[in-house]
Design a protein around this ligand. Structure first.
Ligand SMILES: [Zn+2]
Length: 116
């Protein structure tokens, strides 16, 4: 048994609906943990969901919905837009400092002022 499986089992025993929702979400999205087969993954997911629902259905489902929502936002690339004309061709003032180790200028600050 892998460490990640043990962590998920610990979540089950502790019965924390948010931890169970995260374990369930990661299991069905295939991020972690790694399983021998899809069937094994499916059985594990069913067990996590069942315990999550039994522990606190409302909190489990709310936490799971939030994870799905966050993932949906990550999939869409964000691009800043000029609030006056809608252009995405924007520039910002920034401060660069010389990095002796990297032997190049490295951004150390990006200011709020944006121009298009
Ligand atoms: Zn503009």
């Amino acid at each position: 048994m892998r460490i990640s499986h043990l962590q998920a089992l610990a979540d089950i025993v502790l019965g924390d609906p948010e931890a169970l929702a995260l374990a369930y979400y990661e299991t069905i999205t295939g991020a972690e943990p790694v399983f021998e087969s899809d069937a094994a993954r499916g059985r594990f997911a069913v067990a996590l969901k069942a315990v999550g629902i039994a522990t606190d259905a409302a909190r489990f489902q709310a936490a799971f919905a939030k994870l799905q929502q966050t993932a949906g936002q990550k999939d869409k690339p964000h691009e800043p837009v000029c609030r006056d004309c809608g252009s995405t061709d924007l520039t910002r003032d920034a401060l660069a400092a010389w990095d002796a180790d990297a032997q190049q200028w490295v951004l150390s600050a990006i200011y709020e002022s944006t121009a298009c």
